[in-house]
Design a protein. Structure first.
Length: 311
């Protein structure tokens, strides 16, 4: 493991936009967390219902085989595995089904086949589940690639699903903002942050395809700040923390060129992306990270010229 270790955090007076962004994220999280928890507790009853999941997995697998042009060969292979009755494959398919807009919009009109009683029970449950999804607070703030809006391409950047999600993005925001905001200016930093998030959502939609699952979090925007930092500073040595194992000589700090950040982020996100079945197979939007990273790199090259500045 190796991560950039920008070992200082500026005060709100020195980096006002960085702290304002963090504060806004905290406000949105505080306001939405209680209603989110309530809805998700109700949703979890369906996600833990083995009978519902197995039925849905089988229905979705059949749906894929009837619509092969809409799915990759790998997804079709997964569907065939589910149709053999493999329980793990059925539940995997059930999870994918909840992300597939094409399937969900057809769910209530699918032809009845096989166990008609199971089909009727499933239809009632999927209706209730869809009703819960519609009142989820993320429905208004999250970016949903099946029904994208410009407003939600901004608001999703300030919405987080749990405290750890917020903390992890907040820590990177504070470190990167403390480094970049004085370097490029407060207004430029704000625009770079927002533009990275918007382009991340665009790349997520174009590459990952449409999905009914809401996308939330500042990860795309934060990835943009990594891209901006790595490209703008390029050859300048910055401090990294590395860890291989808890033994002398296998962990510590090292100074490396800033462009190492880009290599590190690309490897992480490309590995994550190719280890999932399409974008619908993961709860992490790796293409959003890559899109944000690209935005930051482009901003450094064409707006900030990617030169090594001296301070």
């Amino acid at each position: 493991m190796i991560i950039p270790w920008l070992n200082f955090i500026l005060s709100p007076r020195q980096a006002p936009v960085t702290w304002l962004l963090l504060f806004f994220n905290l406000i949105v999280f505080t306001v939405t967390q209680t209603p989110r928890d309530s809805v998700e507790r109700a949703l979890n009853k369906y996600y833990r219902d083995a009978y519902f999941l197995n039925t849905q997995g089988a229905i979705y697998a059949k749906f894929i085989t009837r619509n092969p042009a809409s799915y990759s060969e790998l997804t079709q292979e997964k569907a065939q595995q589910a149709l053999t009755g493999d329980r793990k494959s059925l539940q995997t398919m059930a999870g994918y089904a909840l992300r597939d807009t094409f399937f969900l919009e057809s769910a209530l009109t699918l032809p009845v086949s096989g166990d008609t009683v199971a089909m009727q029970i499933w239809r009632k449950k999927i209706q209730k589940l869809r009703s819960l999804q519609k009142i989820h607070p993320d429905k208004e703030l999250a970016f949903i690639s099946s029904h994208p809006t410009w407003v939600q391409s901004l608001t999703y950047q300030f919405t987080h699903g749990n405290l750890w999600h917020l903390i992890s993005n907040g820590i990177f925001l504070l470190f990167l903002g403390s480094y970049l905001e004085p370097l490029i200016g407060s207004a430029a930093f704000l625009l770079a942050f927002l533009i990275s998030g918007v382009l991340g959502a665009l790349i997520y939609t174009v590459v990952g395809g449409t999905t009914a699952i809401p996308m939330i979090g500042a990860s795309g925007s934060v990835s943009g700040m990594f891209g901006l930092l790595g490209t703008h500073l390029w050859r300048r040595p910055i401090r990294f923390f590395y860890f291989i194992m808890p033994a002398d000589g296998y962990w510590g700090f090292v100074y490396l060129p800033a462009w190492i950040i880009l290599v590190h982020r690309i490897i992480l996100d490309m590995t994550g992306y190719f280890s999932t079945v399409e974008e619908i197979g993961s709860s992490v939007a790796f293409t959003t990270h890559l899109g944000g990273l690209l935005a930051g790199m482009l901003l450094a090259l064409f707006v900030f010229r990617g030169s090594e500045t001296t301070t």
